[in-house]
Design a protein around this ligand. Structure first.
Ligand SMILES: [Zn+2]
Length: 301
């Protein structure tokens, strides 16, 4: 699932290549991804791309209407100067794929991974989703805050100060792993980067979020900034929007069960918790002790 670093890299690409271009056409190949009906995607036609941004794990293309389509009676185009935002949540298997010369043939509805194709007068991009679990979401809105998932977001993981982090975690009785991935608390971090941040901070995923000593909070804050910034740079460097999907490098523990920890050489372990699995290094994070599988121990009790 694309998280803060990958989405930041895709937004970076759109700022470099899409800004200053007009949307010439939008092809919707999968109606189920569209979570808004008014304005319709065709309202983007003729609009000028003015920017791109990231809200937690949401990606937004910012546009301003040209007024060209007003009065056409076909719901095409938007008012002059009217803001329009194409927002997407890539969910588990979604991606944005850029092309310098996008096919002018509309993708076939219901076939293949392309859900939406945005033409920018020659170049453009596809929003794609691999697999059968259709969870990609697309919104066309006048204000990104109209997307419920964006309205609910907590402060962004990359702009949090150490004291703000301490305040957010204060009094929380849930596990650190749960708190870090709660988008309403801290925006942008998911299953992969929470594993990485906890490893870099040498903290157990099962630690109680509201009971971290000062030095642990220092390490957690430093790890959030360090791990996420390095991952953003890597993802920008590999030109993420030209890849078929997320391609992560430099992970220490996430998705590395059974492999040696790059810091200490201990074997990376996996534990199931709630509806997911996570990876950690016992020597670095839990005083050498393997964590109990919460699903298992509940079943056995
Ligand atoms: Zn280790």
């Amino acid at each position: 699932m694309p998280e803060l670093p990958e989405v930041a890299a895709l937004a970076h690409h759109l700022r470099e290549y899409a800004v200053g271009r007009r949307v010439t056409r939008v092809d919707v190949a999968s109606l189920t991804v569209l979570k808004t009906v008014d304005p319709p995607p065709s309202a983007l036609q003729g609009a000028m791309v003015t920017g791109a941004g990231r809200y937690g794990k949401f990606l937004a293309l910012h546009c301003v209407g040209s007024g060209a389509g007003v009065g056409s009676g076909a719901g095409v185009g938007s008012g002059a100067g009217e803001e329009l935002h194409l927002v997407t949540h890539l969910a588990r298997a979604g991606w944005l794929r850029w092309s310098d010369s996008l096919s002018t043939v509309p993708p076939k509805p219901g076939k293949g991974p392309i859900a939406l194709r945005v033409h920018l007068g020659g170049p453009g991009f596809d929003l794609t989703e691999a697999g059968t679990q259709k969870r990609l979401a697309v919104y066309v809105v006048a204000d990104p805050a109209q997307v419920p998932g964006i309205a609910r977001l907590g402060p962004d993981a990359l702009v949090l100060s150490r004291d703000e982090l301490a305040e957010l975690l204060h009094g929380r009785t849930d596990r650190l792993k749960t708190a870090l991935t709660d988008q309403a608390l801290i925006a942008g971090v998911g299953n992969a980067y929470s594993d990485e941040v906890l490893h870099a901070a040498r903290l157990s995923p099962y630690a109680t979020a509201g009971r971290l000593p000062d030095d642990a909070l220092d390490r957690l804050h430093a790890a959030l900034q360090r791990v996420l910034t390095a991952a953003v740079n890597r993802s920008v460097g590999q030109d993420a929007a030209r890849l078929k999907g997320e391609k992560r490098a430099g992970l220490a523990v996430h998705a590395r069960t059974g492999l040696p920890c790059p810091v200490c050489g201990d074997t990376v372990r996996e534990v199931s918790f709630a509806d997911r699995s996570m990876q950690y290094c016992p020597a670095c994070q839990t005083g050498g002790k393997p964590l109990a599988d919460r699903r298992m121990s509940r079943l056995l009790r």
